[in-house]
Design a binder for this molecule. Structure first.
Ligand SMILES: [Zn+2]
Length: 605
């Protein structure tokens, strides 16, 4: 292995495998080992065509010379196999699983792969959207979601896992999940059940350019989706997978590697060999992997605000990623967390991490979510509900929600260009103007029944965008975010800071503008990354640490010691967290300046 804390891997697509000569392969391997350092490849046996046996053998022989491990790979796309396939309604050549020749082909592919390898991965075309007449007939009266979830379980078991294990009983089969989690159920991706039958899983972390691509994924997904899949199959999330497509500048590409690495993966997959060789975007990888390796080895377990995203759910898509881009450490989970009085780990916030949970419109997929919310709050937890959750719950479970809060919704909007934010003094309330009005769905609360932490509005009309109700030993906090999630980035830093303070579970928050992500771990370490999005600039802000801390020690990334980057950062000041109560817990405040494309990690001392 080139690095101590992760394997670096790439993927070889079948069409290319079939055509490369041994001489070219050796030259390209030299290039990759010089600039990147590759530990392992996934050698594809099928993608519209079979990779020829003699080419697979040649690859295995050459890779052995370089000490590179070889596993297999399958991409479940195929050309029409006969005339009747012209009637199929397939996207990207994905299979129609309702006809015998295609099913037989997949079985054959699986057997061929298992004969060649003791491990293989399935690329993320392992879904179906075919609505041909055969699929419509088989679906019958069911909804597409129900039909496809069941269909892809059957296909996984009967056409991939079963045949492969028959040929090679020790074969380890990995399913890679795409970066479009919100659409899994509709296309048959079924991690809730597939995690039981696959040996391990893998995570798509290809965020690319957040604005100039068809997916529009906030970059923070490269971190948060890794963490989500760690909750899906603890210890069996094999790695994170990114590529350089639509990455206009080098940093756009590298960021995917950084954020995947901050989630502490087993493997970093750079898709794919022919696209990374001789590509300027890959040339800094080896250099940066050394730094990441040095840092990651010093970090504890990632920690963030748990966001409940049940299986087969959708709603307020990527809200956790937009918050992550604004500096809130997030930890999406597939199961509603248990409230715990005490947490584990030595971090400042290990207790808080077990005492807060966020619910969004997606959480409403769980028919028991309101009971869980109520029990969590009653026991002493803080449940943070988004506007999407509240509005959905008011429609689906008005009586249950009414037990918890006075907040109501009547289809009105709030247009806000003034935000009431905490000031420095004990009674301080500043009204911060934004250049443009930001639109919200208007949630109304009964004053003094529900308490507003932050109001927003225009002129003489304001409403709460952050409020809470106490319940039992705990509370329900309602966070209203801009109707257009990307407008979160336009909120004034003071408003963002109010949100960060409310959502923190690590005892750490920052007070700058959006565009810097905060990564927190359970051993008093944390990191900052300044994103290189369009219009980015260096950022200056303060890091707030709960309690008495004196210094932030920089985690060494292997760079030679330099006065400006090696000295510990001294505390600027400390003060009571509640300015009205001088005896309240203290916060310690540190100054940070960070350049776009840079990450820095610290230990609190
Ligand atoms: Zn079909």
């Amino acid at each position: 292995m080139h690095y101590k804390n992760f394997k670096t891997v790439t993927y070889c697509v079948a069409g290319w495998v079939n055509h490369i000569t041994e001489k070219d392969l050796r030259e390209q391997t030299e290039w990759l080992q010089k600039y990147v350092g590759i530990d392992k490849i996934y050698l594809e046996t099928y993608r519209d065509e079979f990779a020829k046996q003699e080419q697979l053998d040649m690859f295995k022989r050459v890779m052995k010379d370089y000490g590179i491990e070889v596993s297999g790979g399958i991409t479940t796309v195929t050309p029409d196999l006969n005339d009747s396939d012209k009637k199929r309604q397939r996207l990207f050549n994905t299979f129609c699983y309702c006809n015998e020749p295609m099913r037989a082909r997949l079985k054959e592919v699986s057997e061929y792969t298992a004969r060649n390898f003791d491990e293989f991965i399935i690329d993320d075309f392992f879904f179906t959207q075919c609505q041909c007449e055969d699929c419509v007939r088989q679906k019958g009266e069911r909804f597409w979601e129900e039909f496809r979830l069941a269909k892809m379980m059957e296909v996984s078991r009967d056409l991939i896992i079963g045949p492969a294990k028959k040929v090679n009983p020790k074969v380890h089969i990995i399913i890679k999940y795409p970066n479009w989690r919100e659409s899994f159920a509709q296309t048959g991706y079924n991690p809730g059940q597939q995690r039981e039958i696959f040996d391990s899983i893998y995570t798509g972390t290809e965020t690319r350019h957040g604005a100039q691509t068809d997916q529009h994924l906030p970059r923070y997904l490269s971190y948060s989706l890794m963490r989500y899949f760690e909750s899906v199959a603890p210890g069996r999330n094999g790695g994170g997978w990114f590529d350089n497509f639509d990455c206009d500048r080098i940093d756009t590409y590298l960021e995917q590697a950084y954020l995947t690495a901050f989630a502490k993966p087993k493997e970093l997959m750079m898709f794919c060999w022919p696209s990374i060789v001789n590509n300027k975007r890959s040339t800094p990888l080896g250099f940066m992997y050394q730094k990441l390796d040095a840092i990651v080895g010093q970090l504890g377990n990632p920690q963030g605000l748990k966001v409940y995203i049940p299986f087969n759910s959708q709603g307020e898509d990527h809200i956790e990623d937009f918050l992550g881009m604004a500096g809130v450490p997030m930890e999406p989970v597939c199961d509603f967390p248990k409230f715990e009085e005490a947490g584990s780990g030595e971090g400042v916030g290990s207790v808080a991490a077990c005492r807060k949970v966020m619910v969004t419109a997606a959480s409403l997929k769980d028919p028991e979510v309101l009971e869980k919310v109520e029990a969590f709050a009653a026991a002493g937890g803080n449940v943070i509900a988004t506007a999407g959750f509240i509005i959905g719950a008011l429609q689906k479970y008005p009586d249950q929600l009414g037990k918890l809060t006075s907040v109501s919704y009547s289809n009105r909007t709030l247009s806000a260009d003034e935000f009431q934010c905490a000031g420095a003094g004990p009674m301080g309330k500043n009204y911060i103007k934004t250049a443009e009005a930001i639109t919200y769905r208007l949630l109304e609360h009964r004053n003094n029944a529900t308490w507003s932490v932050m109001n927003a509005g225009h002129g003489e009309y304001h409403e709460s965008v952050l409020c809470y109700d106490t319940y039992g030993k705990g509370r329900l906090t309602i966070l209203n975010l801009p109707e257009m999630p990307s407008r979160i980035y336009d909120l004034p830093p003071q408003a963002l800071t109010q949100i960060r303070r409310e959502l923190e579970v690590s005892g750490i928050w920052i007070d700058g503008a959006a565009g810097v992500s905060l990564f927190t771990y359970d051993n008093k370490t944390f990191g900052l990354y300044c994103h290189t999005w369009d219009g980015c600039a260096p950022q200056e802000f303060f890091v707030h640490v709960k309690g008495e801390a004196n210094q932030l020690k920089r985690l060494n990334d292997g760079s030679p010691a330099m006065p400006w980057s090696s000295f510990p950062m001294e505390k600027i000041y400390s003060r009571p967290l509640d300015p009205r109560n001088p005896a309240s817990e203290k916060e310690s405040v540190f100054y940070v300046r960070i350049q776009p494309g840079d990450f820095c990690f610290f230990q609190i001392q």
